[in-house]
Design a protein around this ligand. Structure first.
Ligand code: CA
Length: 648
């Protein structure tokens, strides 16, 4: 369904892959005594290496014809130590010569237009060799941030020179407006209890001019140099080593502060069709429609042909590089549905082999922006193929997302918490992470489910609730009914098996004033509003309590294929109310009773036999710290939850 007629090419023949597939290390391999430049360019007639003193505005001081080698790589060996030397290539294909940076570059000058030779060991921050991720947590609670919007708000207490930069992730002890009371940035996240920080694109992207104004903003889903950090997040984009060191420092700091780090990777398309990959081997890395036009399943006009052997290898090696050199603990694949199942499984296995089973998280979006023109037999990592993926490859679960707050395709779509009704069967699927579900989102185990309510895409949870619940459309308000719905949504998500995920600021009712996809909106719209985080601190506390509770409930954290067995029953109590019974062996409470009332009427509920402790209700998610037992009959107020734990 998601495949279009594909233009067959020489590149698709098994002979081509067999003859030209290259396993040698590519790029500029920098040693103390020599640097080897090696480029894979099987269709090139000539390749010239050009050397520069800086990364942008000077002429080359030397041009060296490269030597063709077996497997159709082009090589040149430069004796001496050359870290800091800038270079690019002139590649001639079918008589046309084009300049290109090195697609395998690991460092570059400003805006990534020229590559740089780099001695990576010289970029390591102090004690980098001792840097280690914190131990694996009881549950993965992933918090998605954008480097610039996280610390753009000066109320965050960030040092002015680090505002919007990688370095802001190294700053601890920050408080709201420097007053010394309410923690912000890293300290705030520690208190919240999330376990993983997911960084929206931090590879070098093209939509922000690194030599321009600091107020520019973009999400960054437009890769230019896949294996180099973005320059606008560094304090100096002109010297290639600075961005590398500063990203490593940020990761080291996150690790020290108890977080694992996930990288958002975008291997499904490039900033423009006219990419370094395309200039090096025209049409090898991109899918084409039958009429020769570039395939557009990414919505960006240039889908990567990930199924071709050197494209697959490029992606796999890039992932392994970020894991090894930058100590990344996981990868989130943008439009994973444009990549193939085989490649995703290869990535999973390679990471398991190097770092231990499951040590690195791997998940992605199991969809694309449209149909793509891949080789016909390609099995894409789309929703329909999730069970063919390794159980350690996860997918964003749009089924729970939409069930809770409404179908994303319709602005007025409603879910459980905003008047769309609540039925026991859908709730059961949410709770078991859609394992063996009848619909299009169906996985083999909750290890594959990323359960979430909001991400950077589409509306924030708050804005979505305002659209559906507030006639005045007051996005900046703190409406009690919306706060209640938000709490209920978070409470439901906290009970779903799978990995938990949230957009930064969801916990304080983050608003983008109703803007759906703010990828190129101003930094003011996008920035984390730290004053709002304080004003809405009761909601923040509610998320904090839910996360602390979640980590204590083995039944929810179980990722095994048979984890659904813990969900003993889900029954309809009334039209808009449900009750779930959970077996929780090994936890502080032998069973859980979860009560949900999404309706406008209060519900009186008879609690199952036994002594039950109140763990959470709509007012507090920290009841488990108190000593309150449930009555035989409990009243569920409108739009509320009540979680009980059986005293054993
Ligand atoms: Ca850039």
């Amino acid at each position: 369904m998601k495949q279009l007629h594909h233009k067959l090419s020489l590149f698709d023949s098994p002979d081509f892959a067999e003859k030209f597939h290259c396993d040698l290390p590519l790029g500029a391999l920098c040693g103390q005594e020599k640097t080897i430049f090696r480029l894979w360019a099987p269709t090139a007639q000539q390749v010239t290496l050009r050397l520069y003193e800086n990364g942008n505005d000077c002429d080359s001081f030397e041009e060296i014809p490269m030597t063709p080698c077996p497997r159709d790589t082009w090589e040149h060996c430069l004796s001496g130590y050359h870290s800091g030397l800038y270079y690019d290539y002139a590649v001639t294909v079918e008589g046309i010569t084009q300049s290109t940076a090195d697609p395998y570059a690991r460092a570059c000058g400003v805006n990534g237009q020229r590559s740089m030779v780099i001695d990576l060991s010289a970029t390591d921050p102090k004690d980098w060799n001792e840097d280690k991720a914190p131990a694996r947590p009881a549950e993965d609670i992933i918090y998605e941030i954008h480097v610039k919007d996280f610390s753009w708000d000066t109320a965050s207490g960030v040092l002015p020179k680090w505002r919007g930069k990688f370095k802001a992730l190294c700053q601890t002890g920050t408080t709201l407006n420097h007053i010394g009371i309410h923690p912000t940035l890293i300290d705030y996240l520690k208190r919240l209890g999330v376990t993983h920080i997911q960084l929206m694109p931090v590879y070098d992207y093209g939509s922000v001019d690194e030599s321009g104004e600091d107020t520019q903003f973009n999400w960054g889903y437009d890769p230019v140099n896949y294996n180099v950090p973005e320059g606008s997040y560094s304090t100096d984009p002109y010297h290639g080593e600075v961005r590398i060191r500063e990203l490593k420092e940020a990761i080291q700091s996150l690790h020290k502060n108890g977080f694992r780090v996930i990288m958002d990777v975008v291997y499904n398309h490039t900033h423009r069709l006219d990419s370094w990959l395309h200039r090096t081997v025209p049409w090898y890395y991109h899918r084409r429609n039958g009429d020769g036009t570039p395939s557009n399943g990414s919505g960006c006009g240039n889908d990567i042909a990930a199924e071709r052997s050197m494209a697959a290898q490029y992606i796999l090696e890039s992932v392994l590089y970020w894991a090894e050199e930058y100590h990344m603990d996981g990868f989130r694949f943008d439009l994973m549905g444009l990549l193939d199942v085989e490649l995703m499984n290869r990535i999973r296995s390679a990471l398991d082999e190097r770092y231990g089973v499951g040590e690195k998280l791997v998940f992605g979006e199991p969809w694309s922006a449209g149909p793509t023109a891949c080789i016909p037999e390609t099995r894409l990592a789309l929703k329909g193929n999730l069970t063919a993926l390794h159980p350690g490859v996860g997918a964003f679960c749009d089924a729970t997302r939409d069930a809770v707050k409404g179908d994303l395709m319709h602005i007025d779509g409603r879910g459980f918490v905003n008047g769309g009704g609540m039925d026991a069967e859908t709730l059961r699927h949410c709770l078991i992470g859609w394992v063996d579900a009848p619909g299009d989102f169906s996985v083999a185990a909750p290890s594959q489910t990323i359960s979430y309510l909001s991400s950077h895409d589409d509306w924030t949870l708050w804005d979505r609730l305002v659209y559906t619940m507030d006639e005045k459309q007051d996005f900046e308000g703190y409406q009690p009914n919306i706060l209640r719905a938000n709490r209920m949504a978070a409470a439901i998500n906290a009970c779903c098996q799978g990995h938990l995920f949230q957009l930064s600021g969801e916990e304080f009712g983050r608003t983008k004033l109703g803007i759906r996809d703010s990828y190129c909106s101003s930094v003011t719209i996008n920035r984390m509003d730290w004053n709002r985080a304080w004003k809405n601190r009761a909601l923040v506390d509610y998320y904090q309590g839910l996360y602390a509770l979640r980590k204590q409930i083995p039944a929810f954290c179980d990722k095994d294929a048979d984890a659904a067995r813990h969900i003993l029953s889900v029954e309809q109590l009334a039209e808009d109310a449900c009750m779930a019974l959970i077996e929780n062996e090994g936890g502080s409470w032998s069973r859980l009773c979860l009560l949900f009332n999404a309706g406008a009427q209060e519900q009186s509920v008879r609690i199952p036999d036994g002594t039950w402790k109140v763990l959470a209700d709509i007012d507090s998610s920290f009841r488990w710290q108190e000593e309150q037992t449930a009555q035989e009959e409990m009243i569920l107020s409108p739009v509320s939850v009540l979680f009980l734990g059986k005293m054993s």
